[in-house]
Ligand binder design. Structure first.
Ligand SMILES: *[C@@H]1O[C@H](CO)[C@@H](O)[C@H](O)[C@H]1NC(C)=O
Ligand SMILES: *[C@@H]1O[C@H](CO)[C@@H](O)[C@H](O)[C@H]1NC(C)=O
Ligand SMILES: *[C@@H]1O[C@H](CO)[C@@H](O)[C@H](O)[C@H]1NC(C)=O
Ligand SMILES: *[C@@H]1O[C@H](CO)[C@@H](O)[C@H](O)[C@H]1NC(C)=O
Length: 350
C-alpha cells in the first residue's frame, strides 16, 4: 500500500515536472484531430489545463502547435543522433522517463528547443497566411538604406514569440506546477530558446530591375531553419551551467552553483540535477545505455567508437548496400541505371 502510494506520488510529481512539454505528445495523434471544435482541446491528454484554455481560445493555432511538436522531435533526434543521449525519450511524450522528468541538462535542451520551435512555427504560419489572427511582420523599425526598401513578407516573430511564450510558459507560471526551482529553470530555458530564435532572424533580399540588374532591391526579415536553432542550442547544452535556487526576501532566483557572485546569463541553459554518463542502461536515471548503438571508427568526436562505447569496445559487421550506379542518359529524356551492391563495414558498441 505504502509503495503504491509512493509510486503514484512519483508519477504525479514527474508528470508535473514535465507538464510544460507534455504537448510534445501531440505527435501521436495530433494531426488526426480536426481542431475545429473546442472539445478537441481535451482529447489527447497532451494539454494541461492552462494550455487547454489557450487552445479553446485559439483553435486556429493548434495545427501549428502539432507541427511544432513534430519538428521538435525530429530536430532533437537529428541534432543528438551521434551522442550517447540521443533524445529517443521524447518519443514517449507525454510520458517522460527520468532523463527528461528531472531538472537535467537534457530537459533544459528539450524545453528550450520546444519553446523556440513553437514560436518559429507560429511566426511562419503568420507569414504563409495560414492564420486569420496574424499576417506578415510589419516593416522593421530600422531604416532601409538607399540600396533597398522593406517589402516582401517577413516572418512575424513578434506574434510568434507572444503566442509561443503564452503556450510554452502556461503551466510554469502557475504556482501549482512543479517545485519553484524547477519552474524557474524551465522558464529560463524557454526564454533562452526564444532568444536563440530571435538571433536567427536574417535579412533576405530579392533583386528587381531590368534582367536582374538589381537596381531595385526588396528586403524582409526571415527566420533561419529550425535545424540551425537546434544546433545553436546544442552548443549551449554542452556549456550549460548548473544552478541552485536562492531566496532573497520574497523573491527566488537561480544562481550558478560554483560561482554565485555572477547572475545567470540570458544566453545560457541552466540545470539543477547532474546527468548520468548514459553509458549503461539505468531506468532510474532514464539512461538507455549505448549497447548496440552504431559508432564511427574514424571519427574522434562524440560519435566515435571510443566515446560512444565508453571504452567497452565494439563489434564489426558487414552489410550489403544496394545503390544505383552506371547511370546513363538517353536522348531524350530519360536515365537508366544499374543496381550495384557493395559492402560497408559497420560498428556497434559492445
Ligand atoms: C491514437 O489513435 C489510434 C488510432 O486512431 C488509437 O488507437 C490510439 O489509442 C490513439 N492514441 C492516443 C494516445 O490517443
Ligand atoms: C469540423 O470538421 C469536421 C470535418 O472537417 C466536420 O465534419 C465538422 O462539422 C466540423 N465542426 C464544426 C463545428 O465546424
Ligand atoms: C538512440 O538510442 C537508443 C537507445 O540506445 C537506441 O535504441 C536507438 O536506436 C538510438 N537511435 C538512433 C537514431 O540512433
Ligand atoms: C565518420 O567520421 C568521419 C570523420 O569525422 C566522417 O568523414 C564520416 O562520414 C563518418 N562516417 C559515418 C558513417 O558517419
Amino acid at each position: 500500500m505504502k509503495s503504491l502510494l509512493m509510486t503514484s506520488l512519483l508519477i504525479l510529481t514527474s508528470a508535473r515536472l514535465t507538464a510544460g512539454i507534455s504537448w510534445l505528445g501531440l505527435t501521436v495523434n495530433g494531426s488526426s484531430v480536426g481542431w475545429n471544435e473546442t472539445q478537441h482541446c481535451r482529447l489527447l491528454h497532451a494539454l494541461v489545463p492552462d494550455q487547454q484554455q489557450l487552445c479553446r481560445r485559439n483553435l486556429e493555432l493548434m495545427r501549428s502547435v502539432v507541427r511544432a511538436a513534430e519538428l521538435t522531435k525530429t530536430s532533437c533526434t537529428h541534432t543528438f543522433r551521434d551522442m550517447r543521449w540521443n533524445c529517443s525519450s521524447v518519443e514517449r511524450a507525454p510520458h517522460f522517463s527520468p532523463d527528461l522528468a528531472k531538472g537535467t541538462r537534457e530537459s533544459a535542451f528539450v524545453f528550450s528547443l520546444s519553446a523556440a520551435v513553437l514560436s518559429h512555427t507560429i511566426s511562419r504560419a503568420c507569414s504563409s497566411g495560414e492564420l486569420p489572427s496574424c499576417s506578415c511582420a510589419p516593416p522593421p523599425a530600422e531604416q532601409a538604406s538607399p540600396e533597398f526598401r522593406w517589402g516582401g513578407c517577413g516572418d512575424n516573430l513578434h506574434f510568434g514569440l507572444q503566442m509561443g511564450a503564452a503556450f510554452s510558459d502556461a503551466t510554469l507560471n502557475s504556482r501549482r506546477s512543479a517545485s519553484p526551482a524547477v519552474r524557474l529553470m524551465h522558464l529560463h530555458n524557454n526564454a533562452v530558446g526564444r532568444q536563440a530564435l530571435m538571433d536567427s532572424l536574417e535579412t533576405k533580399c530579392k533583386c528587381h530591375g531590368v534582367s536582374g540588374s538589381c537596381s531595385v532591391k526588396t528586403c524582409w526579415k526571415s527566420l533561419l531553419d529550425v535545424g540551425h536553432v537546434s544546433a545553436q542550442l546544442k552548443a549551449r547544452y554542452l556549456s550549460a551551467t548548473k544552478v541552485t535556487a536562492r531566496q532573497v526576501g520574497t523573491r527566488r532566483y537561480l544562481v550558478p552553483r560554483d560561482m554565485e557572485v555572477r547572475p545567470v546569463l540570458d544566453t545560457e541553459l541552466v540545470y539543477l540535477v547532474s546527468s548520468p554518463d548514459y553509458c549503461t542502461s539505468n531506468a532510474k536515471h532514464g539512461s538507455y545505455g549505448t549497447i548496440d548503438r552504431q559508432c564511427n571508427k574514424t571519427s574522434s568526436g562524440s560519435g566515435s567508437c571510443n566515446l560512444m562505447c565508453c571504452g567497452r569496445g565494439y563489434n564489426t559487421y558487414t552489410e550489403q548496400v544496394e545503390e544505383r550506379c552506371h547511370c546513363r542518359y538517353h536522348w531524350c529524356c530519360y536515365v537508366t541505371c544499374k543496381k550495384c551492391t557493395h559492402t560497408v563495414e559497420r560498428h556497434v558498441c559492445k
